[in-house]
Write a protein that binds this ligand. Sequence first.
Ligand code: GDP
Length: 365
Amino acid sequence: MKLGIVGLPNVGKSTLFNAITNAGAESANYPFCTIEPNVGVVAVPDKRLDKLAEMYDPDKYTPAVIEFVDIAGLVKGASKGEGLGNKFLANIREVDAIIHVVRCFESTEIIHVDGEIGPARDIETINLELIFSDIEIVQRRLDKAQKAAKADKKMLGEVELLTDLLHHLEEGRSARAFAADSDEAAAILAEIPLLSGKPVIYVANMCEDDFINNIDTNRFYKEVCEIAASEGAAVLPICAKIEEEISDMDKEDKAMFLGELGLTESGLDRLIVKSYDLLGLISFLTAGKQEVRAWTIKKGTKAPQAAGKIHSDFEKGFIRAEVIAYNDLIACGSMAAAKEKGLVRSEGKEYVFQDGDVVLFRFNV
Ligand code: GDP
């Protein structure tokens, strides 16, 4: 999964991104290959995987990972090609979801590009860049559809849909807030790579005091929540400074530090959980002496396609999956004990994977 971090200058993007790269370096016992400077990779926290590692004492421990891309250059005018704008828009095209950092902290020292704090205006500035880029794409599609409709009346529905969408965008509204009124319309929309249609999490960056003591009374945060609600987006309050402070601590120190602030989880961990939720993702697990590992799939994925995540041969030659729910396995204490109790199920091609399934695949080579 790939998430893109956007936001205006001086809102706390680099602070958050530094926290991410530090946290990534901390958990870096898997190969990173060559990662570009604007990409940070972090492990998806999963206590179940830790438990399995205790049970199997494996040679290798491989959590699922998330890539964060820092798209710092998305500024006003990006859709017109200003400030390498097109490159940054291309970056956004590649991500699964957008993390939009919004400044909700006041400071006399750190200037705001527009002079004062204003989440609604900030959000609009960034969103408009995405919307402008989408307008161009939709306009081109509409031109094509109109031409095609002259020869083929079946295209008239698409012309109508694209016209409505174009009007919606021209009013300055994101594609994600545009409701398709039929399955057909939804299918057409799904094919258009719209930037303002990407799922988004608004990260409300607050000062430490507000974050710890009065999230709900911070008027900037309220403003962000209202916008998010109007377009079906998610919101996450965070204090980027705290994230940066804890990002190079070891597990125990981090837990102690967070505990003193009355917190149980870091903001980064909450962001990861929220992203999974937003994108409808779950994990299944594989466990053995060689390796314990978490794999990310979409909710509703059937067994052969889940197997294909591991290797395409697994999908092609899929026979059955031996599956046990994580809680059952832990309750039994070992796979052998679980088998004796009949808790390891043999599932076929139609089985829909559940979050936390521990799996062994049977396949033909
Ligand atoms: P970017 O331009 O969006 O990448 O913003 P930076 O991460 O560089 O942050 C701009 C300034 O705001 C830096 O001096 C940060 O230390 C500061 N900053 C970031 N987050 C917070 C915060 O939560 N509270 C306060 N008071 N300052 C912050």
